[in-house]
Design a protein around this ligand. Structure first.
Ligand SMILES: [Fe+2]
Ligand SMILES: [Fe+2]
Length: 277
């Protein structure tokens, strides 16, 4: 939801460690028994550990150049939150392995291409701009998870992990953007970061999801129509509109700022409810 004015208060993101029993067995199709929905979320989750460590490296490159102590404190809070998210999503990847999925080849290829090649040939400023755009996307996904309550029928452990992650993504959604605005305030650079983030996230997410669906094809194909129908019904019932196109259009506005997205109360309410405030 876009609001006209910027919120006045900027807070320091606070890292939390929810007790998540990720060592116990998690149902193979943990998302309401729907294999398609499960692998769509598994797919993006697989990208998170290396992705979030990349975000930290990109912002950390500029930490010494930030004169504002509040922004420096926010950056440190952002690092702590992303570090914990990456760790939990590492454990999620271990769960996929325990469920019988082969993910190592995909992860090795993704990490080699994304961080061994694309990161290395990109300038520090483009890496930061890509991070700022990725943070915009994660905040938009977080809003869907919290506002539309799409995880209501998910396995409780996975739901707790995703909603904790979503709330903290909302909390730190402006940090990389504000660093970018301080160290490299260029509209074309911000848009180049948006293009890079869209291309990389879209491509790797698609490959990860396809790879999991292929490995699970014996259960996915016979129920494909049923699962597609369930997803369509939930989209209709929860009035779920697109995430990425409106998000990209908003980000293209020259005066865009992540705090124009009116999300703070949504995150605060969840954290209070989950006793994580
Ligand atoms: Fe995160
Ligand atoms: Fe983030």
């Amino acid at each position: 939801m876009l609001e006209a004015a910027l919120p006045v208060e900027k807070s320091v993101p606070k890292p939390r460690s929810p007790e998540l029993p990720l060592t116990g067995p998690i149902p193979r199709h943990w998302f309401a028994g729907n294999a398609l929905a499960t692998h769509l979320v598994n797919g993006v989750s697989m990208l998170f550990p290396a992705g979030e460590r990349f975000f930290v490296r990109s912002v950390n490159h500029y930490l010494g150049q930030l004169p504002d102590p509040l922004l420096r404190a926010q950056v440190k809070g952002f690092f702590a939150q992303e570090g914990r998210h990456a760790k939990e999503h590492d454990r999620w990847n271990e769960i996929l392995v325990a469920q019988g999925f082969s993910v190592d080849h995909f992860l090795a290829g993704y990490e080699r291409l994304a961080y061994g090649v694309i990161e290395r040939v990109s300038s520090p400023a483009l890496r930061l701009a890509t991070t700022a755009a990725c943070e915009h996307f994660t905040a938009l996904l977080a809003e869907k998870a919290l506002r539309n309550r799409i995880l209501e029928h998910a396995d409780p452990t996975m739901r707790a992990l995703l909603l904790w992650h979503a709330a903290e993504e909302i909390e730190h959604r402006a940090v990389a953007f504000d660093v970018l605005a301080q160290v490299a305030p260029s509209y074309p650079l911000r848009i180049a970061g948006l293009a890079m983030a869209t291309a990389c996230l879209g491509t790797f997410w698609l490959f990860a999801t396809t790879m999991l669906l292929w490995q699970d094809r014996k259960t996915v194909w016979p129920k494909l129509r049923l699962h597609l129908g369930q997803i369509r019904a939930v989209r209709k019932e929860r009035n779920l509109k697109g995430v990425f196109l409106p998000g990209i259009l908003a980000y293209l506005r020259r005066d865009f700022h992540p705090l124009q997205l009116d999300l703070d109360q949504l995150a605060a309410d969840y954290l209070l409810d989950a006793k994580l405030a």
